[in-house]
Design a protein around this ligand. Structure first.
Ligand code: C2E
Length: 845
């Protein structure tokens, strides 16, 4: 079915236009019309149509006048010529036909140039009346009973009957039968053109009247007219009686134009709506096809009706494989029945569901997708379809995971970072609080890790950290949490502590695991760890408190000799607060150089002669108005990286003092300066000494350097040997301090350029009361002698100690028994008076 719109008449007319002059003979005009099968001819004068002669005008002719054909056409034409513009719509033309009872209009263009003639049949065929016509039957269009003529009537009588009755056709009864032929206006023109010589209708009428039943549809009748090339149809009733003759004019006249117009409007709107929805549908189809999201359309029961290409790309299922199934085809098995139930409930309730879902591709791979399902409703508000749109979010998930890892995990070792640890700790604390149980934080620091980094490089250091993290993770129990806070600091959280003893066993186990040799590259490294422990709620109630206090406890382990573990106590807190205070004030003191040096003599144990001094740093803190022990502030200065600066200050002071005493004419005794491990490892000590000697004018032999045993790191043996060698070759003696507290092996000591060995005070103190210590001291003395080293005993306080040492071959000593560390003025006096402490003290036998 076509959806005709109301077209302009210019588009449907035939452009063949017959014309003749006003004096043209009727017969010639009729001949032309017959020849070209047209129903009208224009009469033109000086290029202008002055009239029109149509088949209808033929009825006006008097056929009894034998010369009628020779008469000029202008005598019979209709004038003026009714015109319509080519832009006039067909419906308007149809109305005009009806109102003016015309059958033809001359169609002109905007310049009034004739373009053609429009007839009633054109309107019927082109105006799109099909919808109207198909609703009506031929009976409804009949206006008259048929004009029936007997076949013995003469032509002129027949023509005058048509004229009188104003009919364009008549049925001619054949004899007395009920059979009819037909005559029409066109026959009159034909008779005229051919100068027909018959007297009555019987002679000329051979066109049988083709009839249809009166119930026949008008559209069918109109199509029949068109197909057969007829212009009239007989109409018979149900008993075969001729009840009318249907012409195009009748059809046209029967049309109720207002109704047609409304119908056409409605149809037009429908056409437009259809066109637009077809466009929309096509557009939607294209969007679906090209969508970067997978799309599934299902019926209300969830049976897949269609999918788009992206669906196939993501899931691996072709449209044919998917259609007819439910989306369960993609089920990953990761979601519970409740999950899907909840999804459908929400879909039916809100018509919408959105969320993340795991599905399975055809190849079995499970993947995450972001899914949006929308219900589509019909006009009755019933769900008629579901549209599911999804995107594969595997990459997004990976990115999220990567970001999460970066945000919460330590990049190097893969264990949790500080942020995640704190989060976990916070949760665990809340849980412990709720269930009234204890929780522990272990703070672990690798001993001497810096040595590894400094000597073997950061890459090796990193490898060690990875191994340590791995060992930690393996040692703790499932549910415990391991984190790296930074550097070589790790934490372990035990969310539920069953017993303190158990916790200590864990700390022990961790220390053991970490002390196992670590193979990195071609090296086999040994590290140990110091662990501080804090317990919730006893040692802290917040994550910060617990971590800080475990850290404090860890520092205590370091201070006590490393490689062990220690639980936090309140006094540690006090220590750490004090350390912090010292730290603040120390920075200030260094800036203001508010230090002093004391000198403690070293004595020949046999003769009592003053052999040398040890320079000991003193700090009088004006804020607390008390002396702060170097044993307390030196480690802080080391930790803050300030020790080299401080050491340099001591060196300068000692040199300046020696030069001063020298200038005063005193007999110079060497002064021993303590060198911290950090200062030594910096590597530039000999250059510094060289520079200071030069600047002050002191001599290298006036100096001795005391290096604690803990400085001697086996991996750094060659480097340390070189540094000490440089100092020694300049002329200073080197002494190993606090001997016995470290782990130096004899073979190691042999490789170092040493002059003196100082036995640690702790052994000397107990000589008289502890046989083991006494034995140890005598062994050290023997060993030192074996190595060709001088032996100095520190911390001699009693005659017994002195005696024991002297008896066992110790050459030199230092201690309160002789003198406490004293001011430079005191030292000056000792030098000036050639002081001998033994002269005032009896030497026991
Ligand atoms: N109870 C007792 N103590 C005695 C006796 N004889 C000496 N002492 C003390 O023993 C320490 C000996 O120094 P150290 O072992 O090198 O131990 C030193 C040394 O390691 C460090 N130190 C002191 N001055 C400096 C310095 O200028 N530089 C560096 N790097 N460290 C220094 O601080 C440590 C402690 O120094 P001081 O508190 O001055 O403590 C000194 C000294 O006063 C005694 O008979 N009885």
């Amino acid at each position: 079915m076509t959806f005709t719109t109301d077209v302009p008449v210019g588009e449907v007319i035939h452009h063949s236009l017959l014309s003749c002059s006003p004096d043209a003979r009727l017969i010639d005009a009729a001949k032309q019309m017959e020849k070209h099968h047209v129903s009208s001819i224009l009469i033109m004068s000086a290029g202008t149509p002055i009239g029109i002669w149509t088949e209808a005008d033929a009825r006006k002719l008097d056929f009894s006048d034998k010369s009628i054909g020779t008469r000029p056409i202008s005598d019979f034409m209709s004038a003026p010529v009714e015109t319509v513009l080519d832009t006039t719509s067909l419906s308007e033309v149809a109305l005009k036909f009806k109102q003016q009872r015309r059958r033809h209009f001359l169609v002109i263009d905007e310049n009034a140039e004739p373009m053609g003639v429009v007839s009633q049949s054109d309107v019927i065929h082109y105006q799109g009346l099909e919808h109207y016509l198909c609703m009506r039957n031929v009976r409804s269009a009949l206006k008259h009973v048929p004009l029936i003529l007997d076949d013995h009537l003469s032509l002129s009588e027949a023509v005058s009957r048509l004229r009188e009755e104003q009919r364009d056709s008549a049925a001619v009864r054949v004899g007395r039968s009920e059979q009819y032929s037909i005559i029409t206006e066109r026959d009159i023109v034909r008779w005229l053109a051919n100068d027909v010589k018959g007297d009555c209708l019987r002679d000329v009428c051979d066109n049988r009247l083709y009839s249809v039943d009166e119930e026949t549809g008008l559209l069918q009748a109109s199509n029949l007219l068109k197909r057969k090339g007829f212009r009239h149809l007989g109409v018979v009733n149900n008993i075969g009686k001729l009840v009318g003759i249907l012409s195009y004019a009748d059809i046209l006249e029967s049309v109720e134009y207002e109704y047609v117009n409304r119908l056409q409007d409605a149809l037009h709107s429908r056409d437009e709506a259809l066109k637009s929805s077809t466009t929309h549908l096509r557009l939607a189809q294209r969007v679906i096809e090209a969508s970067l999201d997978g799309i599934i359309i299902t019926n209300p029961k969830g049976v897949i009706q269609s999918v788009n290409p992206k669906f196939t790309q993501v899931t691996g299922y072709s449209a044919e494989e998917a259609i007819g199934h439910t989306p369960q085809l993609l089920s990953s098995g990761r979601h519970s029945g409740d999950f899907y139930q909840h999804m459908w409930d929400e879909l039916y309730r809100n018509g919408y569901w959105q969320g993340e879902i795991w599905n399975r591709r055809k190849n079995g791979q499970v993947y995450p997708e972001w899914l949006t399902i929308t219900a589509i409703y019909d006009d009755d508000g019933q769900v008629c379809q579901f549209a599911a749109i999804f995107s594969d979010i595997t990459d997004r998930k990976k990115d999220e995971e990567r970001i999460r890892r970066l945000a919460f995990f330590d990049d190097l070792t893969g264990v949790a970072n500080r942020r995640l640890f704190q989060d976990r700790l916070e949760q665990a604390i809340a849980n412990a609080h709720r269930h009234k149980h204890r929780l522990a934080v272990l703070f672990l620091d690798l001993d001497m890790f810096k040595r590894i980094n400094d000597s073997l490089g950061h890459l090796m250091g990193d490898e060690v950290l990875k191994v340590v993290a791995g060992r930690l993770a393996h040692t703790v129990r499932e549910g415990d949490s391991v984190a790296r806070l930074g550097g070589d600091e790790f934490t372990v959280m035990v969310p539920e502590v069953e017993s303190i003893d158990g916790l200590m066993v864990l700390a022990e186990r961790i220390n053991q695991a970490i002390s196992e040799p670590i193979a990195v590259g071609s090296h086999e490294l040994y590290v140990s760890s110091s662990i501080g422990i804090s317990i919730f709620p006893d040692d802290g109630k917040t994550p910060d408190e617990l971590i800080k206090n475990a850290d404090v406890a860890m520092y205590r382990v370091k201070a006590d000799g490393r490689g062990s573990y220690h639980r936090y106590t309140a006094s540690l807190h006090h220590d750490s607060v004090r350390e912090l205070t010292i730290e603040t004030r120390l920075r200030k003191a260094i800036k203001e150089q508010s230090f002093d040096l004391h000198y403690q003599p070293k004595i020949d144990l046999k003769t009592g002669e003053l052999l040398s001094f040890e320079a000991l740093l003193r700090w009088y803190d004006s804020y607390s108005e008390q002396q702060i022990s170097p044993a307390e502030f030196i480690p802080v200065a080391e930790r803050l990286g300030l020790i080299s600066m401080l050491g340099e200050w001591v060196l300068e002071r000692v040199c300046m003092q020696q030069v001063k005493w020298h200038k005063e004419g005193l007999k110079i005794k060497p002064v021993a300066i303590n060198i911290s491990a950090q200062q030594l490892m910096k590597g530039d000590i000999s250059q510094t000494v060289h520079r200071v000697l030069k600047e002050t004018g002191a001599q290298a032999s006036w100096l001795e350097f005391e290096v604690t045993e803990s400085c001697f790191i086996p991996e750094q043996a060659d480097r340390i040997a070189e540094i000490l060698h440089n100092l020694r070759s300049a002329g200073s003696n080197i002494s190993i301090d606090d001997f016995g507290t470290g782990y130096s092996s004899l073979s190691y000591l042999r490789r170092l350029p040493l002059d003196e060995l100082k036995i640690d005070r702790s052994f000397v103190t107990d000589i008289a009361v502890n046989a083991d210590d006494a034995r140890l001291v005598s062994t050290i003395i023997a060993m030192a002698q074996g190595l060709g080293l001088r032996v100095v005993a520190e911390g001699i306080e009693t005659q017994e100690q002195l005696d024991y040492l002297r008896d066992h071959g110790c050459h030199q000593g230092q201690g309160y028994f002789f003198a406490k560390p004293s001011t430079k003025e005191q030292a000056h006096d000792w030098l000036a008076t050639e002081w001998n402490p033994l002269e005032t003290k009896p030497i026991s036998a």
